[in-house]
Structure formats: structure tokens, C-alpha cells
Design a protein around this ligand. Structure first.
Ligand SMILES: [Zn+2]
Length: 274
């Protein structure tokens, strides 16, 4: 839910849609052979990421307000009505579909009431050796579907634990580039299967006190894994007011296809479609 928008649609969406559709086609052809085509040549090795995706459903189960021990950024989160059960239901459905093609998942919140900070979430994603992290949210407004990638120089700024003004800036050009690539692939598939453009764009946290101002979700800012933050915009509800069953199905279809295409184009998942 929740975050107001900046403009700026990605020109990469159209080409990414072609990649995504190609990826989906490959996977639909090979899904019957899923048991014999398990991907992830690097699975189980410590050499690199495994073919596992961290799925991060919705908001925290309790109000939480802590400073990240690593970066110092303020980590505020809160339950958000129907969004949290919706996001968990969508996450479980996506998890099942990814399992059909041999893509592993690490779900970062196992029940609606789970109390887990952003730092704990990104640490779980790292410990599981995931090659990408995916936050799954919903929001009011049919035009508000979007994916927010990590950006070099993206930031959050505000008053830190010591009372000083602090800016925490994203500084990993390679991870940012990979997040933007993955965002384009997933946005393409989501656009096709959800029936409306899902732009890749930046967020804005201006004027949202007590949240620190800036342009990256906190979880994306502190993640040590390429991260994409998804919103599904609802025509009738969204966020705390929930999605319809039909909207959930569209989001499940779009995300599942997008993540399969993302995996199929990622070195951690070299076996997919082979
Ligand atoms: Zn949300």
C-alpha cells in the first residue's frame, strides 16, 4: 500500500514483456518435466546464490519502530488491515507455482501476526542464499500498480538514534543494475497478465512523517540481495481494504510468470527450461 508516487514510466517495460512472455512459454512447455529439470547448478554450493527467491508478504504483524543496527536507518512498519492476509495468500500461491518449475522460495513472514523487522527479513534472505528478494504489497487505485527497484544513490534521511540527521544511501551499482533488470522482466509479465501497465518507477516518502524522507523502501535500501518491491493497485479496495478474488488471481498470475522469467534469465537458475 501506501506510498505516493513519482512519475516516470520505464521504457524497458515493452521489451521486458517480450522476455517475460518468452520465459513463460518455455516454462509452460517444460512444466510437465519439472521433476527432471530442477534448476540451480549452484544450488547447495557456497560459490554463489541459489535458485531461491525471498518472498516478503505485506506489512509487519505488530507496530515496530527500531533503528537498523547495520545502517542506522529508522525501520518503521505496522499492520495494514486486509493487505497483510491478502499478501500472504498471494505469496503462498506464488510459492506453489514456483515450486512446479523447481524454483525455491524463502518466505520472510509465515503468518499474518509475525513480528519481523526489515533487518531480520533481509538477513533471512541472505542466509538462505537467495538471488532476489520480492516484496508483495497492494494499494488503492487501479493506476497504482508498480515495481520499485533499487537505485544507486537512492536514500532515506532523518533523525537517527543519537538525535543527529543522517542520510543512508544505497551504494552498490551492480546490485542496483540487477534489481532494475529483474524489475523490468517482472513488470513486463505483470503488465501482460494483469491487463494493465505495471511501470518500473521510483517511490517518494516526502511528507510522510514519522517515516524518513527519501525514495527507496527501507527493505530495498538495506537488502544485501537484488530486491524488487511490488504494488498491485486495486480499482475497488487495495491496501487495508483488500483485493477482490479476481484481483488476487491476476496478481498471482502476473507475479508468478514474472518471477519464472526472472529466474530463467538469472545465472543462479541455469537449469530452468533445459
Ligand atoms: Zn503495503
Amino acid at each position: 500500500m501506501q506510498y505516493s508516487s513519482l512519475g516516470g514510466h520505464s521504457r524497458r517495460v515493452v521489451s521486458a514483456a517480450l522476455v517475460a512472455v518468452a520465459g513463460v512459454a518455455v516454462c509452460s512447455v517444460t512444466s510437465a518435466h519439472a521433476q527432471s529439470s530442477l534448476p540451480g547448478s549452484s544450488a547447495g554450493s557456497s560459490a554463489g546464490p541459489r535458485c531461491v527467491i525471498a518472498l516478503d508478504p505485506g506489512h509487519n504483524g505488530e507496530d515496530t519502530d527500531e533503528f537498523d543496527p547495520v545502517t542506522g536507518v529508522r525501520m518503521i512498519d505496522y499492520p495494514n488491515g486486509d493487505e497483510d492476509a491478502d499478501a500472504l495468500e498471494i505469496t503462498r500461491a506464488v510459492e506453489s507455482r514456483l515450486a512446479l518449475v523447481g524454483i525455491g522460495t524463502e518466505v520472510l513472514k509465515s503468518s499474518v501476526d509475525d513480528d519481523v523487522t526489515y533487518r531480520e527479513r533481509v538477513d533471512r534472505a541472505s542466509a538462505a542464499g537467495t538471488f532476489m528478494g520480492v516484496s508483495i504489497h497492494t494499494t488503492p487505485g487501479a493506476e497504482q500498480s508498480a515495481i520499485f527497484p533499487q537505485r544507486q544513490g537512492g536514500y532515506r534521511a532523518g533523525t537517527d538514534a543519537g538525535g543527529e540527521h543522517r542520510t543512508v544511501t544505497f551504494d552498490d551499482p551492480q546490485m542496483a543494475a540487477e534489481s532494475q533488470r529483474l524489475s523490468g522482466v517482472v513488470a513486463g509479465a505483470r503488465s501482460v497478465l494483469e491487463g494493465g501497465e505495471v511501470p518500473v518507477r521510483d517511490n517518494s516518502f516526502s511528507g510522510r512523517e514519522p517515516l524518513w524522507e527519501g525514495n527507496l523502501p527501507v527493505i530495498s535500501l538495506i537488502a544485501e540481495t537484488p530486491w524488487i518491491y511490488n504494488e498491485f493497485g486495486s480499482a475497488t479496495g487495495g491496501g487495508a481494504d483488500g483485493l477482490t478474488a479476481a484481483e488476487k488471481e491476476r496478481y498471482i498470475d502476473g507475479l508468478s510468470a514474472g518471477l519464472i522469467a526472472a529466474a530463467a534469465t538469472s545465472p543462479a537458475c541455469t537449469g530452468i527450461g533445459s
